[in-house]
Design a protein around this ligand. Structure first.
Ligand code: ADP
Ligand code: ZN
Length: 526
């Protein structure tokens, strides 16, 4: 038989071949088997359920958490000639009932629905009388409290499915691949011996790099000057910073534009188009930018600040090099980024669905994620393997295509430095932040040092011969190795970590892998 799925792929979506994982998922769904698809953003999850939806004789319900995402998908399907609709709170009551009555008539093979709608009387009475062939759950990690954005309303999905006269095929998709989340999705959605597919998270054409420059703007400017004909995105944590960086770039003669949630719809659309059509090849934006944007030739993504977690980082960095050509993902770290992110975590009102206890849990989890993100900036191991490990994949220990793999490291005995740092933290009663501790050891004469009388501390000036950057490297490594911790109440107070005993033991020696002294800057790949 000529394969119907290829016809549909060509006719409605205009593609000739499937990407990794897509064909197997489609075949399994068509045979009636549940599927759990773990695929990174941009891998093409939508086609995996849209194509079977067009082959099944019954209706496919797609459950999606975001109104904007639903609208985009439905618009794209309509433009491709597929009858699809969405049912969510953005519709007026009149529009909602109109759409529902068309659905009852069987006009839509694909209906996007918000999870809160599922158990409402009007929707249920439609669903139990309709022929529902498949329920596709987009962003399925929302069922998990360990997921990036837990949504209690996602728990209604299972109850909804159980109310249907005939159990449809259930397909769940997510880009979050940790074991806990995967397990939660299978259990909570009660997937029946699902076909589980995990497609590669590795993007071998991306070069990963971490820097902690003194002057971030100068670093960015320098990079852009050296890559004049390239298109790139610069992500900032705040709108204010977007304005500042974009303003400076324009003043310095670069064709930059900006994007954040504080601009009007009109301006965002214009700026986005300017970027996509290369009238402004440099986009300075908050994380509001990128969803649903598919510019293939983005040659670099620079993070002006460290984002809040690895999920966000990889998603945003992954917007580089969609065309498969080599591209750079550069993260510019500073300690202030940790503070800003902590502020966001503490003031996070994203999710009004959550009660206080859950909110507390979510906060703890977000803090742990932030810690993992910070370690990405500190690690001296291969950055790619750090990323892949985080997402539950095992890559080679050494990729040869990241700034750490291209930096020469050496094993150093840092026992003296490590013990001096611990002694300084101890003698100041674990009360101060990183800068005060390191400035004290270095013997600096700053206002803070005088304010806290640290010049009278026995550790003052004890490591004055060790270069400041080296001291910071050692300090960071002590954090990564859990000898030290940053406190939860502000994230900047240095405390002893669970392994401090080993460090303080009289005859202990501490070895560390540190960048070779003469080579502070990683070499670029030739
Ligand atoms: P995800 O939901 O996994 O983030 P999407 O479904 O939005 O990804 O797909 C990302 C992009 O890849 C879309 O522009 C889509 O049209 C494109 N795409 C999906 N499948 C294919 C394919 N087989 N061939 C070419 N492009 C594809
Ligand atoms: Zn590497």
């Amino acid at each position: 038989m000529t394969d119907e799925k290829y016809d549909i792929l060509k006719r409605y979506f205009g593609y000739d071949t499937f990407r990794e994982g897509q064909e197997q998922v489609i075949d399994e769904l068509l045979s009636g088997r549940d599927v759990l698809g773990v695929m990174p953003t941009g891998a093409g999850k939508s086609l995996c359920y849209q194509i079977p939806a067009l082959i099944f004789s019954g209706i496919t319900l797609v459950i999606s958490p975001l109104i904007s995402l639903m609208k985009d998908q439905v618009r794209a399907l309509n433009e491709a000639g597929v009858h699809a609709a969405y049912l969510n709170s953005s519709l007026t009551q009149g529009q909602y009932y109109k759409a529902l009555s068309l659905a009852v008539e069987g006009r839509y093979p694909i209906i996007y629905v918000a999870p809160e709608r599922l158990l409402t009387d009007s929707f249920l009475s439609f669903a139990v009388n309709a022929d529902i062939a498949m329920v596709a759950v987009d962003e399925a990690h929302c069922v998990s409290q360990w997921g990036q954005d837990f949504r209690p309303s996602y728990l209604k999905i299972t109850e909804f499915i159980e109310k249907l006269p005939k159990r449809p095929v259930v397909a769940a998709f997510t880009a979050t691949a940790t074991k806990e989340v995967r397990g939660d999705i299978q259990n909570i959605l009660m997937l029946k011996t699902p076909y589980v597919v995990t497609t590669g998270f590795d993007r071998s054409n991306l070069f990963f790099q971490v820097e902690s420059p003194k002057d971030k703007y100068a670093e960015v400017k320098n990079y852009i000057e050296q890559h004049p004909d390239e298109s790139g995105i610069i992500y900032c944590l705040t709108r204010k910073l977007v304005e500042e960086v974009c303003g400076k770039l324009i003043r310095d003669g670069f064709r930059a534009t900006r994007y954040h949630a504080g601009l009007s719809d009109e301006e965002r659309r214009i700026n986005q188009d300017d970027f996509i059509y290369d009238r402004s090849p440099i986009m300075v934006a908050t994380n509001a930018f990128g969803m649903g944007i598919d510019k293939p030739d983005v040659r670099y993504v620079i993070h002006y600040n460290m984002p809040k977690n690895m999920e966000s980082y990889y998603q945003e960095a992954g917007r580089a090099g969609r065309d498969g050509e080599s591209s750079k993902c550069i993260l510019l770290y500073s300690g202030q980024d940790v503070i800003t992110n902590r502020f966001f975590i503490e003031n996070n009102q994203d999710n009004e669905e959550l009660d206080d206890a859950t909110q507390e849990l979510v906060m703890q989890r977000d803090e742990e994620r932030l810690r993992q993100m910070t370690f990405y900036c500190f690690t001296h191991d291969c950055l790619r393997s750090y990323i892949l490990r985080y997402f539950g994949e095992y890559g080679a220990a050494y990729c040869g295509n990241c700034s750490n793999c291209l930096t020469e490291f050496e094993e150093k005995d840092v026992t003296e430095e490590a013990k001096a740092i611990a002694e300084c933290i101890n003698s100041s009663h674990q009360r101060y932040g990183v800068n005060v501790i390191l400035d004290t050891l270095h013997g600096a004469n700053t206002a803070k040092i005088r304010q806290y009388h640290m010049e009278e501390n026995p550790s003052y000036g004890k490591l004055s011969k060790v270069p400041a950057y080296r001291l910071r490297q050692i300090f960071n490594e002590l954090l990564v190795q859990d000898y030290l911790r940053l406190s939860d109440d502000g994230y900047t107070i240095v405390k002893f970590g669970p392994r401090i005993g080993e460090l303080l033991a009289q005859d202990s020696t501490i070895q560390m892998k540190l960048p070779k002294e003469q080579e502070k800057k990683p070499k670029e790949k030739l």
